[in-house]
Design a protein around this ligand. Structure first.
Ligand code: NOJ
Length: 515
């Protein structure tokens, strides 16, 4: 693949804790991942993105990083990480790490030093410590995980955390913070890493002392772009490396500002992820995406799922198929047969669009959201911080089923950290490998055809009715997705279909690739 490999790559998201367990402690790790790299190679992915693998107390699944230059011992060692990067590269798979600039762990050396050094110290200036107003916090900001965004230190000062109290926010006005992250990027680039996924990329710049100015006080502040300009300058010194931002913004124009030629290379397309299973809504998102990215010259990304959102099979089987953080629709009934049909069609849709595609582990197996986890095993801080009203994200983080007919389904020798449903015996890699009609077989075939036939040319819509998304790529590959209730007639040589066709008739909730 050329230097700008990320423009059209298929990137597989590895949630390390739940991918494969090599040492039998019930938690996924680098040994497990290394042993399963041939699986990813056969699947046909170009790169993997790993959620944080750094030393962490795991107050937020590793997004509370205690040391940005190390490896969490539960996952392995730095030597294991380097060996993994080498193994992946030998198979032609690139490696993207997660970097978390907005906040750190309350167990990091810097934050522990800040607590110890006390009010007014230079150590505290790297964070947002403030005297409150009597017993009230410095301002009324709320944590994204629920509850106040301020927690009191034992000496009475408050510190800011947009997420959990174990995740104190950095003060990005401080030169130490800026220098530290440049050095961290260098550290991993020097070890061969091909890119970074930038966590909470719209949030680092804020000023809790400023008077309200009518805009969100900590999301998408203009100053944030300076950070990515610096990061881009550094990244450009390493040929073939990339930055992808986690930027949740409903406004595509604002999103495109992160993609100016001297900033991030790509961002996740969350408007696409959030869209309902509806032809008009999806077409609007696709058109808006392509139209807003063209002027900045950035490629689109197509994302259906990740470790923070409801699994697609469950989401698409509900009466309301949109995804929204504010209302995760836990427990809303889902017809998993319908959901599976749509998830299959959505896979072919996203894999045929121009740009790169992210596949969250387990989506290629059609795993559903696990909605009945025992409360006492739930680990997502959202569960506790919401006063046990929002179960949070554990249901999409259940360890993968690899083989066999009962848990742990080849995940590892120990008891998985979250229990797998017994009926996942039909969803194991082993079971699906043997079944040409499985989700896994669909993904494998789609990735093979994509690599051979899709090209990087433009998309041209074909008029086939309001409930149908149909387009041709310059390469000649045509994708037709029937989102309506009525069957539609299609014309051409069928390369791949998400479900059975009836002659030349494409049934509801089905997609086809034609030549
Ligand atoms: C976004 C990550 O994807 C999510 O898992 C995490 O909880 C927050 N950022 C905070 O780091």
């Amino acid at each position: 693949m050329p230097e700008a490999w990320w423009r059209g790559a298929v990137i597989y998201q590895v949630y390390l804790r739940s991918f494969a367990d090599g040492d039998g402690d019930g938690v996924g790790d680098l040994a497990g991942l290394r042993s399963r790299l041939p699986y990813l190679s056969e699947l046909g992915v170009d790169a993997v993105w790993l959620n944080p693998w750094y030393p962490s107390p795991m107050a937020d699944g590793g997004y509370d990083v205690a040391d940005y230059r190390g490896i969490e011992p539960v996952f392995g060692t730095l030597a294991d990480a380097e060996a993994f990067i080498g193994d992946a590269h030998a198979l032609g798979i690139r490696v993207i790490l997660d970097v978390v600039p907005n906040h750190t762990s309350d167990q990091s050396a810097w934050f522990r030093a800040a607590l110890a050094a006390g009010p007014g110290s230079p150590e505290r200036a790297r964070f947002w410590f403030r005297r409150g107003d009597g017993d009230a916090p410095p301002n009324d900001w709320q944590s994204i995980f629920g509850g106040p965004a301020w927690t009191r230190a034992p000496d009475g000062e408050w510190y800011l955390h947009l997420f959990a109290p174990e995740q104190p926010d950095f003060n990005w006005n401080h030169p130490d913070v800026r220098a530290e992250f440049l050095d961290v990027l260098r550290f991993w680039f020097d070890r061969g890493v091909d890119g970074f996924r930038v966590d909470s990329a719209a949030l680092p710049v804020k000023d809790p002392d400023a008077a309200p100015d009518g805009r969100d006080p900590y999301t998408d502040r203009d100053g944030v772009h300076d950070i990515y300009r610096e990061w881009r300058r550094l990244t450009d010194a390493y040929p073939g490396r990339m930055l992808v931002g986690e930027v949740w913004l409903p406004d595509q124009e604002r999103l495109a500002r992160y993609l100016r030629p001297d900033e991030l290379h790509t961002v996740f397309n969350f408007p696409f992820l959030g869209a309902p299973w509806d032809a008009a809504a999806l077409r609007t998102v696709i058109d808006d995406t392509l139209a807003t990215l063209a002027p900045v010259g950035a490629p689109a990304t197509w994302v259906l799922s990740n470790h923070d959102v409801t699994r697609t099979v469950t989401r698409y089987g509900r009466a309301d198929t949109a995804f929204d953080h504010a209302d995760r629709k836990h427990g809303m009934p889902s017809d998993l047969t319908v959901g599976m049909r749509r998830a299959r069609a959505a896979a072919l849709l996203s894999l045929a669009l121009p740009g790169s595609v992210y596949i969250y582990q387990g989506e290629e197996l059609g795993l559903p959201e696990v909605e009945d986890l025992p409360d006492e095993l739930r680990q997502d801080p959202i569960w506790r911080r919401s006063g046990r009203t929002d179960p949070g994200r554990d249901g999409c983080r259940v360890p993968l089923p690899w083989s066999g007919t009962e848990p742990p389904f080849g995940f590892g020798a120990g008891t998985p950290w979250l229990p797998q449903p017994a009926d996942w015996k039909d969803l194991t890699v082993e079971a699906q490998q043997a079944d040409p009609s499985s989700m896994l077989s669909l993904y494998r075939a789609a990735l093979r055809i994509r690599a051979a036939e899709l090209g990087d040319g433009a998309l041209t819509w074909l008029p086939m009715g309001d409930d149908v998304l149909a387009f041709t790529r310059d390469s000649g590959l045509t994708c037709v997705v029937n989102l309506g209730a009525d069957p539609v007639r299609v014309d051409g040589e069928v390369l791949l279909a998400s479900g059975p066709l009836d002659g030349d008739v494409l049934p509801a909730d089905t997609a086809v690739w034609l030549r």
